[in-house]
Design a protein around this ligand. Structure first.
Ligand SMILES: [Zn+2]
Length: 409
């Protein structure tokens, strides 16, 4: 009986602790939240076919000599072309930026925002746009994981999925049949289909090839880098190697959070300038890969610049905070940052599956938010404003420690 009572007491304590975190935002949800009777429809977002069609149309209408459109790989299962869109040369003294979206198929709004920006860069003669084109090289991969972006139906509504749809086949790499897959080959949380989390498939050694000689590197835990087992990661790597960007931007989504313990506004965006610890070293082939201070400082300047742009005037996008600290050398951001690129991660609220969807209205707002962030980044490099920012702003002024919250209904 006594034991039962202390168990009960412990439960009450756990509940009251979580209640204090959840109570405020739950009592005045500032949405938009999707309502229970509202059906989740994803057709308004670009399918891989729509993306291709739109890219061809933009290319046709682009002003002469502005835009190059390349196929840099094919998706693992449906063999969709993976497109790179290029403005400016790799061989230049201008700052070089690589923007990548939808490495996770159910995280789409960065693709929508990038396509709006690509259209502007290809077609507009606005002075700010021509100034960007003259002073910045910017390349995009919009929708790195088209297989994951294909809609499927569930009992709860439509969904896309995080992973690709590739089946682990050791023979493809010349490996013994019983070779165990990397830890990031796993079932999707909604569809239960097996596939790879492409964003754990990266290694700082950019010539890494999976084969009999490197099978010992197949990772068993998230602190270890990946092995480029997916054609999607290989496509991203090819673009990174060709461009050698000063800045790499990766666009994602996450669940609902509030800004901080002291600010219960619903987070519209989380950002981060660092996804690998300063003392993490990955050694391969006699080279040590590690973060360097100069690119980390530029990462903090870029993240601060976007944060400030989203606070300005009557921006509806002010509820921005820093993403939790992580140490993930196997992500695209992690591996590329260990190769001297500054980085920025976008984590917009909500995913394109029934448990993360936030509705049509929010999709429009969050796409616009990412557009503003990306556009301001290009403008900031073109004018040089970004280099004027004190990197300490990032650590001192951007809110941190967002508690996760559930739906208020
Ligand atoms: Zn993601």
């Amino acid at each position: 009986m006594r034991r039962m009572f202390s168990l009960f007491l412990a439960l009450v304590m756990v509940m009251s602790v979580s209640m204090t975190v959840f109570a405020n935002p739950q009592s005045k949800p500032n949405g938009p939240w999707i309502q229970p009777e509202q059906e989740v429809k994803l057709e308004s977002l670009m399918s891989p076919e729509d993306l291709e069609k739109n890219l061809m149309q933009i290319k046709d209408r682009a002003r002469p000599d502005r835009m190059e459109l390349d196929v840099v790989g094919y998706s693992a299962t449906y063999e969709y072309p993976i497109y790179a869109v290029k403005f400016g040369e790799a061989d230049t003294d201008n700052p070089k930026i690589f923007i990548q979206t939808q490495i996770h198929g159910d995280e789409q709004l960065g693709t929508e925002a990038s396509m709006d920006l690509i259209q502007q860069l290809a077609m507009s003669n606005n002075k700010d746009i021509t100034n960007i084109l003259d002073n910045v090289t910017v390349w995009f991969i919009p929708m790195l994981n088209p297989d994951g972006a294909v809609i499927f139906e569930t009992e709860q509504g439509q969904s896309k999925q995080r992973q690709n749809l590739q089946v682990w086949d050791p023979a493809e790499y010349g490996l013994a049949e019983d070779t165990q897959a990397p830890w990031y080959y796993r079932p999707d949380s909604v569809s239960r289909e097996m596939g790879f989390d492409v964003n754990r498939d990266f290694h700082p050694y950019l010539d890494f090839e999976l084969g009999p000689d490197t099978a010992a590197y197949i990772p068993r835990r998230s602190s270890e880098p990946g092995v480029y087992a997916t054609p999607e990661a290989l496509a991203s790597r090819a673009v990174f190697k060709e461009l050698q960007p000063d800045l790499f931007i990766d666009h994602h989504h996450r669940y609902s959070n509030i800004v901080s313990e002291d600010d219960d506004r619903l987070n519209t965006l989380q950002i981060i300038a660092q996804v690998v610890d300063e003392d993490t070293v990955v050694s391969f082939g006699g080279t040590d890969y590690q973060l360097d201070e100069e690119s980390l400082n530029l990462s903090k300047q870029v993240n601060s610049h976007v944060y400030q742009a989203l606070q300005r005037g009557n921006s509806p996008f002010g509820a921005v905070s820093r993403y939790p600290e992580v140490n993930l050398p196997g992500t695209a951001l992690g591996s590329y940052s260990m190769n001297g690129a500054a980085i920025m991660l976008y984590e917009t609220r909500g995913q394109q599956h029934p448990y993360g969807h936030t509705g049509q209205k929010a999709n429009g707002q969050y796409t616009q938010q990412s557009y503003v962030g990306l556009y301001e980044t290009l403008r900031g490099f073109a004018t040089g404003e970004i280099y004027e920012i004190d990197p300490a702003f990032y650590d001192e002024e951007i809110p941190y420690g967002s508690p996760r919250i559930g739906r208020p209904n």
